[in-house]
Design a binder for this molecule. Structure first.
Ligand SMILES: [Zn+2]
Length: 469
């Protein structure tokens, strides 16, 4: 009988890692790890990044990724440093995005550690990076392509079918068939499920498995719906309001996904002449590459985006676009006193250049911060969302006077009813559902909704639990 162990994203939103093991004839067990994410958020969660796995990474035979986000890939450098040497399979778009994300992650961790040492703001006496750029290189050499959609044999024991998850470029839901002694066991991994009717990407597709022994379903927004309302209208109102009072807009956003969505809407608003043409600074060394990849992988595009591309040429480019790569260029944005839009990572204000922009602009009531994505417990983004009056940035207390706007319309995660809609698409009831990738309240709420609506057996996955499937 195959076994499944929850090595992350169980009882929390980050650190996705699921281990599947076959029993194997004569003890010749095979091990497959699905995703290898970083824990983010509270200190307690981040501490887990420093602990070794309960199994030796050398004994893992295969690794497969659902998508490139760091909470699904960001621990790979540690795993490989600790001895994993086998292939890491992902579709081509995910491979390219993972490369830029991991390089950036290694670099950021070095930068932050140096900054902490220099300015003595860390709680640790001798702050050190979890990994550096040097640890990232060996990971990139192990990445191997698998098809964007359809079937793929990782080995005689493990077969995958991939489906669009509509969350970020290349994001997939994966259906794994484990074959052992002629017996087939099917596990469906939802990955992160995206939104229906969003720009650029296709809608999420529910896997078409005819047998499901276990379903791991994400529950990030398992207890919530996103705000209703037309994002184009809402964003237009904000831009006009802030520009009128002479302020600027700071958008903490991942360079991948949300940055492109904001650019898409800003461009649309400009085309419709509903907002003034403000300078838009995308302050991220990797945003340009990410945008190019979004344009390159056309198989992920929805019908409307393909049409926009044909009609407008460049739907992800605003008229007054400024891309900053170097630190000097980034600092120069501080001198811009007239209305502008600054998009910069990280999305949950856990690190990255957005910290500098917030330190600079949070204290001014004319400015506005748009929170467009999920803000995990313990992050500065969550504190802003919950109305914090001050924020700790680089060891300094910065007053929060700027307008804080939450725009769930820009979330890349399905809301509760969208998760249920995705589940409705399953062709057969799963024997067991495990709710993953959600804070406890969200996972429990979705569990209850699933039990009531479908009468399926559902439970919240527990960190480090092993179950038989
Ligand atoms: Zn994700």
């Amino acid at each position: 009988m195959a076994k499944l162990t929850f090595l992350g994203a169980a009882g929390c939103v980050t650190g996705s890692k699921y281990l599947v093991e076959t029993a194997g004839p004569g003890g010749a067990s095979k091990r497959l790890l699905l995703d290898c994410g970083l824990f983010q958020g509270t200190d307690e969660l981040k501490q887990r990044n420093w602990s070794a796995l309960p199994i030796d990474p050398k004994t893992i035979d295969y690794l497969v990724l659902t998508h490139a986000h760091l909470d699904h890939t960001g621990w790979l450098p540690v795993l490989v440093r600790d001895g994993y040497r086998k292939p890491i399979y992902a579709n081509p778009a995910t491979i390219e995005l993972t490369e830029i994300l991991l390089k950036d992650s290694g670099h950021l961790q070095e930068e932050e550690t140096q900054h902490a040492v220099k300015h003595k703001w860390s709680r640790h006496a001798e702050p050190r990076a979890l990994y550096t750029s040097e640890d990232v290189e060996p990971v990139l050499k192990l990445l191997r392509p698998m098809p964007r959609s359809g079937g793929f044999d990782v080995s005689p024991e493990f077969h995958f079918e991939s489906y669009d998850a509509g969350h970020i470029l290349g994001s997939s839901s994966l259906e794994l068939t484990v074959t052992e002694n002629g017996k087939k066991t099917v596990v469906v991994f939802s990955g992160d499920i995206g939104r229906y009717d969003q720009p650029i990407l296709k809608d999420p597709t529910t896997p078409a498995a005819k047998q499901i022994d276990a379903l791991l379903c994400e529950s990030t927004y398992g207890d919530r719906e996103h705000e209703a309302g037309d994002p184009l209208q809402l964003l237009g109102d904000i831009v006009n309001r802030v520009a009128k009072r002479g302020g600027s807009i700071v958008i903490p956003a991942f360079a991948i996904g949300r940055t492109q969505t904001f650019m898409y809407y800003l461009r649309q608003l400009e085309n419709l002449q509903r907002i003034p043409r403000l300078p838009v600074y995308v302050d991220s060394p990797m945003a340009q590459t990410a945008t190019e990849l979004y344009l390159k992988y056309k198989e992920d595009h929805d019908v409307q985006f393909s049409r926009d591309e044909k009609n407008n040429g460049d739907p992800l480019n605003v008229h007054e676009f400024h891309l900053t790569r170097s630190v000097e260029e980034s600092k120069a944005i501080n001198d811009v006193k007239s209305p502008c839009v600054i998009i910069s990572a990280s999305g949950m204000v856990t690190g990255g250049r957005v910290l500098h922009h917030l330190a600079q602009r949070l204290g001014d009531a004319r400015n506005c911060v748009i929170l467009g994505g999920f803000q995990a417990e313990g992050t500065r983004g969550r504190a802003l969302q919950e109305g914090a009056k001050t924020l700790n940035l680089f060891g300094q207390v910065v007053p929060v006077r700027a307008e804080i706007v939450e725009m769930g319309q820009f979330s890349a995660h399905a809301g509760k009813s969208e998760l249920l809609r995705w589940l409705t698409g399953l062709q057969t009831p799963p024997k067991q559902v495990y709710l993953t990738h959600g804070e406890p309240a969200a996972a429990q709420s979705l569990q209850q909704a699933i039990s009531e609506k479908f009468r399926w057996k559902a439970c919240v996955a527990r960190y480090l639990d092993t179950v038989e499937i």
